[in-house]
Design a protein around this ligand. Structure first.
Ligand code: FES
Ligand code: MG
Length: 577
């Protein structure tokens, strides 16, 4: 008997559970076996013939932000069933930002591998990715772009704000504000405990424009998430309806064979960068967007980021730079309001998971915008974008400064370096009353980049030495190869590349060296003669032996620098595949 599935390349005709059958000679037997096993799940023969929508579910009790994932998965299933498909939920690992050691970024690529391989390896016509916390959405999008199966993102949505006395609180910019007060001796330990109880009071992701909110916004701007869904609070009924609509959209994507390579393109990546700049988004998003784009073969050049930054105004007034929270952005008009304002700067022919282009989407949207939260281009919060890349002898491959969250008084400055050689050294000495430091110095942290043992933690927000904090110092220039939480603020130079652990010049800085920062010139330079640097380089201690086994070994062998998104070399797009 001949069967079309006997042809070596029969997969394109297969739909639903009969996709990707193994072929050890008797393909009909493989199909019969698979469907028999599927029957054990209690599925009717009707359902077995439907297109399958996989749902990548990331519920974990180690991930507070994902508490309502099961509710969203149930809603996605309703949307798929109502559209004539078979929804099948499957677990992937989950990355809870504050529970992972050494850092959640270390595991982002692992989660992207898990997502990619399970989407590719299991029979599904489309996939709905349900995630939310900082690294989860990038990992899911990286995996989906590489698997290139029709895909749509659903995020868990942001937390609502809490109240403490007469103040409105949201994780986690306010966490930092109160902790700085505590370090400066302005509030006592009982008060800080009271505040702790009110900072994160509902399910969902951090309430400010931190990394999770930024990545949700970028997923929408990229076209990988349904219009209007980035900012819906986690506990709002609209969030559940958005999940149901995403299930239906996944069926449409499967029918029209709209794959991520049609959506994540040079144009949509540039649109996402514009939105990142206009929302004053997290510095981490540069790394994640670079990694997602890299999976599609699109390169983000930091010089191009600067060009876009110079021509994109900051429009959104959320913490950590402004007073508002994500729930305010939702009622103010959401990311749609931002996109409409940016319209002349965007590539409107970019396709989205709604099946429409960005231009069609924006033409069809209602016009209400609360201008206290989302400003106009004519009267922006700042005329230029929130992030800039710096280059120079200290950062030959670039560094990032979130100028929207920094103090312009510190932008043009030459100063003395006060160096911490590792996270341990920082912890041991930052609060030492004998530390030789003044408010005029620049704090430098080494060995906290992607190749360091800590895997690039959010340690770039170096605390102000407590003797200076107590004297009222609120900001200093701080420089490192680490990252910074999207909820933090200060004049903080991050992602210095190449990092110290890979032999970058940052590792050659010594106490007392002069460093020159010029935001105007986009430069960061170490003012030390080349022969002195060569002498120091020759004296560097030998690198510690690499991890012998497991994921840590893979990470060490494969991880790229920040300017390449800290992806694994082997996972980047291979045009020959
Ligand atoms: Fe998950 Fe902040 S801890 S978004
Ligand atoms: Mg964060």
């Amino acid at each position: 008997m001949t069967d079309k599935n006997d042809a070596p390349d029969a997969a394109p005709e297969a739909v639903g559970l009969t996709r990707g059958l193994t072929n050890y000679g008797d393909r009909d037997f493989a199909r019969y076996l698979r469907l028999s096993m599927a029957r054990s799940m209690g599925l009717s023969s009707d359902l077995l013939k439907k297109p399958v929508v996989g749902i990548a579910a990331t519920y974990s009790e180690f991930n507070n932000c994902h508490r309502l994932v099961p509710e969203l998965v149930a809603a996605v299933k309703r949307g798929v069933l109502a559209s004539g498909g078979l929804p099948l939920e499957f677990p992937t690992i989950s990355l809870g930002e504050v529970f992972l050691n050494p850092t959640s970024l270390f595991f982002r690529n692992l989660m992207s591998i898990d997502t990619e391989e399970m989407v590719r390896g299991q029979p599904m016509d489309a996939v709905v990715l349900v995630g939310g916390c900082d690294k989860t959405v990038p990992a899911q999008l990286m995996g989906a772009v590489s698997a290139n199966v029709p895909a749509i993102q659903v995020v868990t949505g942001p937390m609502m704000t809490g109240r403490w006395r007469d103040e409105r609180l949201g994780a986690c910019t306010d966490c930092r504000r109160f902790w700085a007060k505590f370090r400066a001796g302005e509030i006592d330990s009982e008060t800080i405990e009271e505040v702790e109880g009110q900072l994160a009071t509902t399910a969902g992701t951090c309430a400010v424009m931190g990394t999770a909110s930024t990545m949700a916004s970028l997923a929408e701007a990229l076209g990988m998430m349904l219009p209007g869904t980035a900012a819906i609070p986690a506990v709002h009924a609209d969030r559940i309806r958005a999940a149901e609509a995403s299930g239906a959209a996944a069926m449409m994507l499967a029918a029209k064979k709209i794959t991520p390579d049609q959506i994540v393109t040079e144009k949509s990546v540039e649109n996402a960068l514009r939105v990142l700049l206009a929302i004053g988004g997290s510095t981490n998003a540069i790394i994640h967007l670079t990694a997602i784009a890299g999976r599609a073969g699109v390169k983000i050049d930091l010089n191009r980021l600067n060009e876009l930054s110079d021509t994109t105004p900051v429009l959104v007034d959320l913490k950590p730079t402004g007073p508002f929270y994500m729930e305010d952005l939702h009622v103010a008009g959401g990311i749609g309001a931002v996109l409409r304002e940016l319209k002349p700067l965007l590539h409107l022919d970019a396709l989205t998971v709604s099946g429409e282009t960005l231009g069609e989407r924006l033409a069809a949207e209602p016009g209400f915008v609360d201008r206290t939260v989302v400003r106009t281009r004519e009267e922006p919060l700042q005329p230029e974008g929130g992030l800039v890349a710096l280059f120079g002898s200290l950062a030959p491959r670039g560094a990032i400064l979130k100028r929207a969250a920094a103090d312009p008084k510190l932008f043009e400055k030459e100063a003395r370096a006060v160096v911490f050689t590792s996270l341990e050294d920082l912890a041991a000495r930052i609060d030492d009353p004998d530390l030789d430091v003044t408010a005029d110095d620049m704090l430098v942290l080494q060995n906290a980049g992607p190749l360091s043992p800590s895997g690039m933690p959010e340690a770039g927000y170096l605390p102000i030495p407590s003797k200076l904090a107590r004297a009222g110092v609120k900001d200093m220039v701080r420089i490192s190869d680490a990252r910074m939480s999207g909820t933090a603020y200060g004049t903080i130079v991050l992602h210095v590349s190449p990092d110290s652990a890979s032999g970058g010049p940052l590792g050659l800085v010594r106490n007392g060296d002069r460093i020159r920062l010029s935001v105007k010139e986009r430069r960061i330079d170490l003012l030390v003669a080349e022969d002195e640097l060569a002498r120091r380089r020759a004296e560097l201690p030998a690198a510690p032996p690499p991890p012998k086994r497991g994921y840590a070994r893979l990470y060490k062998e494969q991880v790229l620098q920040a300017d390449e998104g800290c992806d694994f070399d082997m996972l980047r797009a291979d045009p020959s595949r």
